[in-house]
Design a protein around this ligand. Structure first.
Ligand code: SF4
Length: 272
């Protein structure tokens, strides 16, 4: 049964928005799905492609020379050439943000993410979803980690600690945490607002009990990419849904209403 959803209005991020110029995020997901389909035809070894992307997206000096000097010998450079024109409309504020980034913050890899890195991260998230979704769905214990910034800031949030971390108490029909939590529960996933929980310890306990363990992450594009890499490194099947924009205190100095594409979450979790 489909419950009434919160209003789905475009949100602008400090550097990116998955709405682009549109009133919905459908075009973004159509684009990223089509790009991933093409990449998987060109480079069928998905695991290797994700690893190539991880390494290549960290080479800032090489990336700075792109697209002028786009070498076709590196598969990840091929991907950069393919995805850059299609994803540019979603990352229009990156350059302005980088121009005004204080020197003291230039070493923060998330804050200093370049435009081409955003595009490579977007592809890496989608390909990682494709690599792990079936393993994630089959896991004995599945948790979702949602960011605090996805809540309804117009009410006094009643979420409370329960088990691993905080859980939503469904106090607002306009809250994306609330609707995401319901979808996640319907799919056998424990939804948490990630505040204090120690994910490594939880994974350790679950694996000690000889149960398989999977994680669904929700975060802005750079945070989600780094979190998914961490899970891959620890051999945890991971999938992720990017926030529609980066609007939290880290980027703006204050929290602003944010959203995720709930239809995309349902589509991902219905993968057979
Ligand atoms: S619906 Fe849940 S997450 Fe949203 S404000 Fe209420 S308790 Fe907090």
């Amino acid at each position: 049964m489909r419950h009434d959803r919160p209003p789905y209005k475009p949100v602008e991020g400090k550097t990116y928005t998955l709405f682009g110029k549109s009133n919905s995020t459908r075009d973004y997901y159509k684009t990223i799905h089509e790009l991933a389909d093409r990449i998987m035809v060109l480079l069928p070894d998905l695991q290797q492609t994700i690893e190539d992307l991880r390494i290549f997206s960290g080479r800032k000096r090489v990336l700075r020379r792109l697209p002028k000097n786009m070498s076709s010998t590196n598969p990840a450079a091929e991907i950069a050439r393919l995805v850059d024109p299609a994803l540019k409309m979603y990352t229009e504020n990156v350059e302005e943000h980088l121009k005004t980034l204080p020197l003291s913050k230039i070493w923060d890899r998330r804050l200093a993410t370049s435009r081409i890195q955003y595009h490579l991260y977007m592809v890496e998230i989608e390909l990682t979803n494709r690599l792990f979704i079936k393993e994630f769905i089959k896991a004995d214990r599945k948790i979702a980690l949602m960011p605090y910034c996805l809540q309804d800031f117009s009410v006094s949030c009643r979420s409370a600690r329960n088990g691993f971390d905080y859980q939503c108490k469904s106090c607002s029909g306009n809250c994306f945490q609330n609707h995401a939590s319901r979808i996640l529960r319907d799919h056998g996933i424990e939804p948490y607002i990630w505040m204090e929980g120690d994910m490594k310890r939880l994974a350790g306990y679950t694996l000690e009990e000889k149960r398989t363990f999977g994680v669904l992450g929700i975060a802005c594009v750079p945070e989600l990419t780094w979190g998914m890499r961490n899970c891959r490194k620890n051999k945890i099947p991971v999938v992720g849904i990017p926030l529609n924009a980066n609007r939290c205190i880290r980027w703006f100095g204050s929290f602003y209403h944010n959203s995720i594409d709930l239809d995309e979450m349902e589509r991902l979790l219905s993968t057979l």
